[in-house]
Design a binder for this molecule. Sequence first.
Ligand SMILES: NC(=O)c1ccc[n+]([C@@H]2O[C@H](COP(=O)([O-])OP(=O)(O)OC[C@H]3O[C@@H](n4cnc5c(N)ncnc54)[C@H](O)[C@@H]3O)[C@@H](O)[C@H]2O)c1
Length: 251
Amino acid sequence: MDRVKGKVALVTGGAMGMGQAHSELLAAEGAHVFICDREIEKGEAVAQSIAAANGRAEFIRLDVTSESDWDAAIARIKQKAGRLDVLINNAGILVLKPAHETTTEEWDRVFNVNVRGVYFGTRAAVPLMKESGGGSIINISSIYGMVGAPSAGAYIASKGAVRLLTKSCAVDLAPFNIRVNSIHPGVIDTPMTKNLLHSDEATRSAILGPTLLGRPCQPKEVSQAVLFLASNESSFVHGTELLVDGGYVAN
Ligand SMILES: NC(=O)c1ccc[n+]([C@@H]2O[C@H](COP(=O)([O-])OP(=O)(O)OC[C@H]3O[C@@H](n4cnc5c(N)ncnc54)[C@H](O)[C@@H]3O)[C@@H](O)[C@H]2O)c1
């Protein structure tokens, strides 16, 4: 299919869950993918399995909260691939607590990964994207960047911040032909949600909430939206928010 043939992509949180699925699909569609994660063994394994399937992928250890890790990762991509076309700010963490019971340490931890990580990634990647003639930045927010839910105060606030950071970057980066969009997944079956989705029926049903399609989404189904935004097929899609939620927010 080669829908992103010749493009160079960086995926944060690519060692498992949705980031792994995005990395695999982008590589299968012809991109050279840099899988960036703090989980070294899992990230290396994803890169190796992509290479075994004749894809192009490399692992770079990166903690999205570290400015020096970002600088090193972008320098390595520039040296190895010479360009950067797609940045997927996917790494994220969840703390399940209402805001009024969240500690300052938990609040800061969530914001450091989910918001500061996106800001650091954008700031580090933009110079190389400009040199490459433009690009596509895809920020992974959530349905919880649009609506509230019980017991996830810091997470919901962080995903709301990602939604509007995306719009401000869309305004500022348009002159450089860098498109910026957010994706808002619903309830996805990944390591992040496995305890909620695969424990008892009451918990599964509570987390699925008003999902009209009545089931959790598989990571690959979100990857199709990522692929669209990464490819030239979305050449006029800019500053938007794409729900992949089985109708959760519509209900
Ligand atoms: N699973 C869901 O239902 C769901 C729904 C909506 C949005 N999201 C969002 O989608 C994204 C991916 O979620 P997932 O369910 O695949 O999560 P996951 O926990 O299954 O995987 C997250 C990945 O991010 C990596 N990561 C975490 N902190 C990092 C850091 N500081 N630096 C580098 N890598 C780091 C982890 O090592 C892991 O590989 C997250 O931003 C999440 O908030 C998830």
